[in-house]
Design a binder for this molecule. Structure first.
Ligand SMILES: Cc1cc2nc3c(=O)[nH]c(=O)nc-3n(C[C@H](O)[C@H](O)[C@H](O)COP(=O)(O)O)c2cc1C
Length: 346
């Protein structure tokens, strides 16, 4: 069955879930335009997740995707945290802020409680980053008829997802903005471009493949579909849309087409692609002192808050893929309509 039929959508365009920069409003605009809107839930409280679902449902009767993380939560390592705060001391002094006294707003993995929360909704489409939830949880999700999607960054990860219950696999190329979905490797030399990864996953897997990374227009969409991808997932290109909640400093940075991006672990402890800012220049972009994911983010919160209040992007994760050429300050509804024209030549 074709992927649009399986997901109940009109066009093979999936809006990438983007935690921290969007809510149900972006998802509604994309779903109402015929694509699949996504709601990132990885950083939300249970109450907020319910609010997001009900807000979506009161503005659209179209399908939507809920996205969660499924990393393993490492033991908190106080020595590592203290080392990190020591490394950040010159920045705390410069901005006259204190390191936080407790942990808040950490990215949490999908667990039994999340499953309970979704039970009344029997959510029809779920996507995961960093692998899949434990088998016991996945079995119940699948018994609802829920379509399970997850990202692979290597062929090995794609094969693992196929064997372990995914219904569709996203080929997340190294150009993609935000966190690398890597879950079987930490070695960034294994990471491939979107086209190569899509081709390799198509060769080795029998599941539908969704291409993601640096896709910005209908010509590129068609190109991936021609290779055999079933759909594309687009993130960065939506970041300037009216419905996105992208911060002012992030929006300003996105408009500069000349800025380079890099993979960094500074903002969360895990590799993610963002535009290079002075913090990344001074400490990295990759620094072994950054605590394990997701703990690294906590110490940065007061720095980011203070800096952003002064209109400075110095401590903000400016997530972006390598290609920002399609970003436009228009509605996501309008933008989605431009992503898919059959026989497109533009
Ligand atoms: C700002 C931003 C936040 C992201 N957050 C998430 C997330 O919460 N969950 C997820 O599965 N992927 C996330 N991603 C990665 C996307 O799913 C996708 O792989 C990526 O956007 C595709 O590349 P592109 O940005 O070049 O279009 C994020 C990407 C960006 C740019």
């Amino acid at each position: 069955m074709n992927i649009c039929k399986q997901l109940g959508i009109d066009i093979p365009i999936i809006q990438a879930p983007m935690a921290g920069v969007q809510d149900w409003q972006l998802a509604v605009a994309v779903s109402n335009a015929g694509g699949l809107g996504s709601i990132p839930c990885g950083m939300l409280s249970p109450e907020k997740i319910i609010e997001e679902i009900t807000s979506f449902q009161s503005h659209s009767d179209k399908p939507y995707n809920l996205n969660f993380f499924c990393h393993e939560m490492p033991q908190l390592n106080p020595k590592q945290i203290a080392e990190w705060e020591k490394t950040l001391t010159p920045f705390f002094k410069k901005l006259e802020v204190q390191p936080p006294s407790e942990f808040s707003g950490l990215r949490r993995p999908f667990d039994e409680k999340t499953l309970e929360l979704l039970r009344p909704f029997r959510s029809p489409i779920l996507s995961f980053h960093f692998g899949l939830p434990p088998n016991s949880l996945l079995t119940e999700l699948k018994s609802w008829g829920t379509k399970i999607i997850s990202s692979a960054t290597t062929v090995e990860e794609g094969l693992w997802l196929e064997v372990n219950g995914a219904d569709m696999v996203i080929a997340q190329g190294v150009e993609a903005g935000g966190h690398r979905a890597m879950f079987l490797t930490k070695d960034h030399s294994t990471q491939m471009g979107t086209i190569e990864l899509t081709k390799q996953l198509l060769t080795h897997l029998s599941l539908p493949i969704i291409s993601a990374g640096a896709i910005t227009n209908s010509k590129q969409t068609q190109r991936h579909l021609k290779f055999g991808a079933s759909a594309v997932q687009i993130g960065t290109t939506y970041l300037l849309c009216h419905e996105a909640k992208t911060s002012t400093v992030h929006r300003q940075a996105l408009k500069d087409q000349t800025r380079d991006t890099a993979l960094t672990n500074l903002f969360s402890g895990r590799l993610a692609r963002g535009m290079i800012n002075t913090f990344m220049e001074k400490l990295g972009p990759i620094n072994e002192k950054a605590p394990d994911f997701p703990y690294a983010s906590n110490a940065l919160t007061p720095l980011r808050r203070k800096a952003e209040s002064l209109n400075s992007e110095e401590f903000s994760p400016l997530w972006s893929g390598t290609n920002r050429s399609g970003c436009q300050e228009i509605s996501a509804y309008e933008l989605t309509k431009t992503f898919y024209h059959q026989n497109s030549s533009n």
